[in-house]
Design a protein around this ligand. Sequence first.
Ligand code: NAD
Ligand code: TYD
Length: 349
Amino acid sequence: MILVTGGAGFIGSNFVLDWLAQSAEPVLNLDKLTYAGNLGNLAALKNDARHVFVRGDIGDAALLARLLNEHRPRAIIHFAAESHVDRSIHGPAEFIQTNVVGTFTLLEAVRAYWNALPENEQKAFRFLHVSTDEVYGSLGADDPAFSETTPYAPNSPYSASKASSDHWVRAYHHTYGLPVLTTNCSNNYGPLQFPEKLIPLMIVNALAGKPLPVYGDGQNVRDWLYVGDHCTAIRTVLEKGVPGEVYNIGGNAEMKNLDLVHTLCRALTALKPGRDIASQITFVKDRPGHDRRYAINADKIRRELGWQPAETFESGLIRTVRWYLDNETWLMNVTSKAYQQWIDLQYAQ
Ligand code: NAD
Ligand code: TYD
């Protein structure tokens, strides 16, 4: 079996659902169920014995040792993290706790487990660390896109904590020989994304007739990847990636935030005609330290492992908007009191 951490979050739950749709191999899913974790994401697996869910913290060494020895996974896909830049600005401590100390605790437990495996199982074992392009910092308009050799220059507490975890993962390969793989991916979007991130937040606000808050001048650039394509990339790296290597993953879809929001408004209007949604766009105070541009050079994973995204931004966005329109109950369940408190704190001004 494989062990997935953070498998009740946005990308993790998409990954678990995709994995079990394509493979008979069971999944042990370890997730703390923070505000971002949602068992409702995995409702389709309720009666599927191949999915074993454990609520727990990657910082709990005793729990990790027990789970590893009991279930004996052949691979670990490590998604669990605090993942939202704005929250990292309001409260960075949790980001050190989970992203740095949690990843370190997981690595230590995995090292002990891996050391005791028979040689052939040691060789086949993989620890796949899911990271972000944000570790590379911010690009100017004409700079070349991030490659795997771009120096790290994290600017937010979130990206600093992810950068730190990447270094720990790297060190465990170089020092102990642990067969690790690291992926650095651009902004994901798609079904099951918690509506604190740009695209689902804009969809929720658009449907509620509320302002669509664009930070600063709206000219910041991100590269966007449909979450299903990220899942196929991770499966590809797990299967064919070379231990110790890093793979950048991107969607070939660089876009300014304001252009993205206008495209989203058009998609919403096409699927749910009636209102001039773009008139809800409002410019709000910028995020402190807001990175101007991210762009990914994904040549390595395409050339060496044969992966490329299947969705264009347009096709992925339509699938995403449809999903949110069709899943009102899911949305109602996640936009609870705690969600409202976050929105009040972040968008008060
Ligand atoms: P998410 O915030 O939606 O989900 C994170 C999950 O981790 C949640 O289910 C949460 O309950 C769980 N978790 C948090 N702390 C935990 C702990 N201490 N122990 C166990 N579980 C814990 O995040 P996401 O968007 O799905 O991102 C998943 C991973 O992918 C993260 O490592 C993130 O840095 C990386 N990533 C995300 C994006 C993106 O655009 N969302 C892009 C590139 C990389
Ligand atoms: P986000 O989804 O938070 O991802 P990240 O900061 O990790 O790239 O934000 C994507 C971009 O959208 C980023 O440039 C910040 C901007 N943004 C807004 O303009 N308004 C918002 O309400 C949010 C959440 C983000």
